[in-house]
Each structure stands twice: as structure tokens, then as C-alpha cells.
Design a protein around this ligand. Sequence first.
Ligand SMILES: [Zn+2]
Length: 453
Amino acid sequence: MKAFATLVLGLLAIALHAQSPDLGGVKVTLADPSSQAAVTAVLVTPFQLQINVAPNSETKPQTIRIDLPNSGPKAWPAADVVVRDAGGNALLVRRTGIEWFKLLVPLPAGVMSCVVETLPPSGGWTKPTTEKDRAIQDPTSGVKMRIAKWHEGRVAALSIRFDDSHPTHLSKAVPILDSYGFRGTFMINPGASEPGSRRVSEFGQQRAAWAALAKQGKHELANHSAHHRGGFGDVDMEAEIGEAAQAIWRMTPGRSRLTALNLGGGTRWETTRSLRYYLDKYHHFDASENSTGMDDSYGNRVENFRRILEQHIQRGLWCRIHYHYIGDGLSSTEANFRAAMDIAKQHQTDLWIAGMADIHKYLTERDAAKLTLIKSDAQQLSFKLACATDAALYDQPLTVEMAVPPAWKLPNVVIKDAQGTVIPAKPGKLEGADALRFDVPPREADYSINVTP
Ligand SMILES: [Zn+2]
């Protein structure tokens, strides 16, 4: 009986499989479930999908819904995706601000097929360096060194984000973060009130206070679009992103222009371009996914935060949380916000609490960095750091951690750059051995390490 059931299930699986060719986790349907039209799709290459629509009795243009897998081995690089018609013209694609992997493609009249594909970024997809590339194990001196997984050799990272440039960010979130010594990331909507719109720019009413916060530099500003209303067409979308990016650059002159972008939940965006176009042009990275919402309405936020933070520490990962308005009767009460910050404080020795751009920079620089031994003997070694990131944008110092042989006394170890300047180092432990940690700029340079008896 059991064998028979297995056989039936097996045949059923084959029959279902025959009806829908393997699209590598991609789902393609018509947006209107009552449509008489039929849609078929074929995966031509791992990131190229050919879609055809047979209209049958339908005379209206059809809209296709495409869900790309956004995690796992078959995940598409959603920021690099464009949709074209048979003539190669890019089609307008509709998405929501925080789910770029879900596409709605309204086919223009007369268009019955399209191709969904990825555009490689300019310069191609870069391959990250390996753990081995980022480490030196030198038997001659007995030194083992590597680029730390997180800044200062911390176990995990935490970013604390605030969306929508609400007045309580300035009146509550900033002073409370300052009292803990934590750095926050503020996603702002710096656009002025628009003619014909009833939406009042809360940012606009406190422009001077935001500019003062930006100038001080304790916290990070990030792009949440100019008006938090979505974008309709390439020109409008570029204005919504570009205007906010430039407002941030004007408030932070002389600093790296790289900032986080989050187009906002509940917003709709229509463009023929890939998200990558906007990310590259305005020096952004997409910071909309994998964040835990801390609004009280989600329930049990403080204990939930304790649980996810501890999980991230166990796994050595980047924990991202985000708030809206802080205060009694608002999205998060002040008491709940403080309770979560207390939990972060309890875990502070394990955590690198930093801005989202700081953390993104560190990860990108680390993936582009290599350490190479130049020469060594029992009392010294010299090495080269290489880092392929653009120094104007990527300015987050990298941490090198170095375990020294038992014969070396930590206070007698001196680290110098190529100009002979001594680099300060913090003593600690690395895998049980005496160790030093020191920061270096993410640029190609030679360093020397000496020990005196
Ligand atoms: Zn928002």
C-alpha cells in the first residue's frame, strides 16, 4: 500500500513537472486571474527568462506578474534586472519600494512577449576575495594575521535605523542614542512640500536641525526618497532618488557620498531601468531588505529583539532593525525603545554598533581586500594590504587582527606604515593566543611589524 502511494505521488510529481517547466524558482502568472489569456515562460539561461502570452479571446493588454527568487542558490540579482520586448526596447516595470524581486509588467498594446534578464554591472560582477586571500600564516615569524570579520574584531554588527524623518527622531531618538553612545541611521525624505499635494514635508519644517545633525556627524543620514510617494516613470523616479541624494551630499560636504537607499514600504515605483542604474549613479546600496521592524504593533518587540540579536551574535551576522516614530502613543513607546537599547548595551562588547553605510563599506572593502607577506624573520615581518574599492567612497577603516608567537611580548611590538608612522594597536586574544588589533585605511599600502626583546 505504501509503495503504491509512493508510486502515485511520484507519477503525480512527474505530471505536474511536465506542465510547468523548471523556471529555477521564478513564478510567472497573469495579474488578472480571470484572464482568458495564457502565459508561458522558458528559462533560457539562469538569469534570462523568455515569456510569451497567447491572448486567446482577450482583447485588453495583459499585465504579467513575475516573482524572482530572492534567497537561496538560485536567487536573482534583482537590482540588475530589466525587461525588454522582442525588439529589445526596455519595458516599464512596476514594483514596490522594498520588494524589488517582485515585478509587474503591463504589456503595451500589441506586445505579446518579453524577456526578463539581468544586466551585468559596469565592470562585471566582482568575485569576493577568500578567507585565505585575507590572511597571512607565516611560519618564519610565527605570526598569524587576517582582516577581521567585523570592525575592531567584534563578533557581529548592529544597525539601528529610523525611517521618514519624523520630528521625534530629533527630539527623542537622537538624544537617547547619544546617551547610549550608539550611532543611528536616519532615512530621510528631504523633498520640499509638492504643489498640489496635501503631504507636508516634516523634514522641511526642521531643515536646520537636520543640517546641524548632519554636520555633527555622530549619526548617519540615508536616502528614503525625496517625498515617500513612489516614482512614476524614469524621470520622476530619478528625481525622487537624485533630489534626496543631493540634499544629503549638500549637508555632508567633504565626506564620502556613499549612503544607504530604502525606497520605502507601501510605495510604488515604475521604471524601465534596473535599480542598479540609480544605485550606481547616486552612490547608493540597497538597504531595504532583511530588517526587523520595531513598531509596537508587530507585538512583543523587546523580547523579539533580544532573541534575534543573540542569534545574529551566535552566527556572527549583521542585525538590522528599524523604527518609525518614537514616543508614547506613536509607533514605538519611549520605554520600549529604551528597553531595546538596554539589550544592545548588554551585548555591547560583542557588537559593532554602526551606521548602515559604515557596515556596508566594511563588508565591501573586506571582500575586495588581500594581505600578502613581503618578508619576515624571527623578530619582524612586512606585508602588503591591497584593497580594490574606490577610496573616495569607501573610507571605513579595516581592522587587522594578528596573533603573535609566545616569545613576543605585546608591549614590545611596534607596527608602522610605509612612512614610518606608528599605528596604535589594542591588545587582546585571537583563538587563545596573545593578539593585537589595529585599523588601516582601505587602500593599498605596505606595513612593517617589529618586536624588540
Ligand atoms: Zn518609510
